[in-house]
Design a binder for this molecule. Structure first.
Ligand SMILES: CC(C)(COP(=O)(O)OP(=O)(O)OC[C@H]1O[C@@H](n2cnc3c(N)ncnc32)[C@H](O)[C@@H]1OP(=O)(O)O)[C@@H](O)C(=O)NCCC(=O)NCCS
Length: 157
């Protein structure tokens, strides 16, 4: 099997990324959030224009790819805020998120930043625990009129 490579996202990846995000949430987060929460978090179809705006702002987006297929992606800012981390539902538990996280850690270290900060879904919490993040606090956030529990977590690099 080909190796997984991590690279910066390109303009033409935006639709793939938006759909990967949407499909992952509706397939993977179902045990932890209610259907109306999932629809508010990841409306179907995704709004590609707003994704373009988001991903062309200050967020740096990395994709993990095997051959020509994007298996996961992550978005972060150079100050160490990890805002997006998603692995396609068909490729979970293959180390995709771990590879992306390592690449992010390397990049933020290059910017002289010594910590990562994330707001982590209930579903993603075991990954972040395993990756060495510590819980700061549980919190309720609002997205498109729905409330969600998530966790503020940090990792000292
Ligand atoms: C969180 C997420 C990105 C992890 O992606 P992944 O590519 O499957 O993670 P990895 O394969 O790199 O996992 C590395 C290790 O983390 C731990 N881990 C990951 N997912 C886990 C789970 N669901 N339960 C328990 N441990 C888990 C394991 O120790 C795993 O190593 P192992 O498979 O050898 O046991 C993925 O589950 C996902 O996209 N979830 C839905 C979207 C989401 O909530 N994203 C986060 C938004 S804040």
């Amino acid at each position: 099997m080909d190796l997984v490579k991590v690279r910066r996202s390109r303009r033409e990846d935006i639709e793939t990324i938006a759909w990967l995000f949407t499909e992952t949430i509706h397939a993977v987060n179902t045990g932890d959030y209610k259907p109306d929460q999932l629809s508010a978090w990841a409306p179907r179809p995704p709004d590609i224009a707003s994704w373009r705006e988001r991903l062309e702002g200050e967020t740096i987006v990395l994709v993990a790819e095997r051959g020509l297929q994007i298996l996961g992606f992550a978005g972060f800012t150079p100050d160490g805020h990890l805002g997006l981390l998603y692995t396609h539902a068909r490729f979970l538990r293959q180390g995709i998120a771990a590879v992306l996280l390592r690449a992010i850690e390397d990049e933020v270290r290059c910017h002289g930043v010594d910590h990562l900060f994330a707001e982590v879904s209930v579903t993603a919490r075991p990954f972040f625990d395993h990756a060495g993040f510590r819980l700061i606090t549980a919190q309720t956030v609002e997205r498109r009129g729905k409330e969600f529990i998530n966790y503020r977590m940090e990792k000292i690099l």
